[in-house]
Write a protein that binds this ligand. Structure first.
Ligand code: NDP
Length: 289
């Protein structure tokens, strides 16, 4: 028999998780601040608790998926967490996750923090490739691994609770850079002959091919040698970026999404690192204590 999952928070993500656990045959107890949002889950077989405290009392595995870290504290304020395994899938910063872990431990709970790398339609659909980074108690992760793996894939990121949030945020940050680049590219080509759908296909394959740069960059960062396996030296890249900026001007497109990265590379070049790859610019980002 499958263990009960207690789920607090039935927003878009929480509701999707609840449906996936029910579909996988887990008994589920749900609670949501706005009670009406629990009714669709009740119709699918969930038990509905009237208060968060009542929900937490229903079973040892308690999953929170709320708006932000402050709402987790607010929701759990009156609940007895003693002996509970609290798995918090609410997005927060690494420091918030570490502090929430200490908070939970002070209340007698074991704590695992999760960073969800999926949107709700990917939940319960293994082919979609969504997963959750987990950080914190390895014992909680191992004990509930089957239940945790029912809605989404699982990836243990480290014993520090904040590790899950850190990797989550690192991936989202990289995605934002990519989306900025795509936005700029569409601004350049909009109105040209090639249908944008066709251009989108070219963009997707180009970005997929270029994404493997991450492997080389990881090796360069690990070795501390940014001149290793250089394909596009920094002097050439800075010159190329001037061409990108000039082309944007010609087309009447604001260069502001790409200007910060171009300026960073130019600053590194001005420090005398012409033979490096662009990876060395990372040194300008990281505060040194
Ligand atoms: P929604 O806005 O759909 O739902 C927010 C949930 O939080 C609701 O259940 C809401 O209750 C509850 N809530 C907000 N404030 C409080 C409070 N003070 N006390 C108790 N409950 C509260 O958000 P999502 O479900 O989409 O997101 C939930 C978490 O999942 C977020 O941390 C989000 O970053 C993360 N996530 C979401 C993704 C997505 O694509 N949706 C992707 C990856 C992560 P009520 O119904 O009463 O308002």
């Amino acid at each position: 028999t499958k263990p009960r999952v207690v789920l607090l928070g039935l927003g878009a993500m929480g509701a999707a998780l609840g449906r996936a656990w029910l579909a996988a045959g887990y008994p589920v107890t749900v609670w949501n601040r706005t009670a009406a949002r629990a009714e669709p889950l009740r119709a699918l077989g969930a038990d509905v608790a009237g208060t968060a405290a009542e929900a937490v009392a229903a079973g040892p595995l308690v999953v929170t998926c709320l708006l932000d870290d402050a709402s987790v504290e607010e929701a759990l304020a009156g609940a007895d967490l003693h002996g509970r395994d609290l798995v918090d899938l609410t997005t927060g910063t690494p420091d918030q996750a570490d502090a929430r872990a200490a908070w939970a431990q002070n209340r007698g709970a074991r704590f695992l923090s999760g960073g969800v790398m999926a949107v709700p339609p990917m939940v319960g659909v293994p082919e979609a490739g969504g997963y959750v980074f987990y950080g914190g108690s390895r014992a909680v992760f191992d004990r509930h691994r089957s239940a945790l793996a029912a809605p989404l894939g699982v990836h243990f990121a480290g014993a520090r609770p904040g590790a899950a949030a850190l990797y989550d945020i690192a991936l989202l940050s990289a995605m934002n850079g990519m989306l900025a680049g795509i936005t700029h590219a569409f601004a350049l080509v909009r109105g040209e002959e090639m249908p944008l759908k066709e251009f989108a296909g070219l963009l997707t394959s180009w970005l997929s091919a270029m994404a493997s740069a991450a492997d080389t960059m990881a090796e360069q960062i690990d070795s501390g040698d940014y001149t290793r396996d250089v394909v596009s030296n920094l002097a050439m890249q800075v010159s190329g970026n001037r061409t990108l900026a000039a082309a944007a001007r010609e087309r009447g497109v604001d260069f502001r999404l790409l200007a910060p990265y171009s300026e960073l590379l130019a600053e590194r070049l001005a420090q005398g690192f012409a033979d490096e790859d662009g990876t060395g610019a990372l040194e300008l980002l990281v505060e040194r204590s």
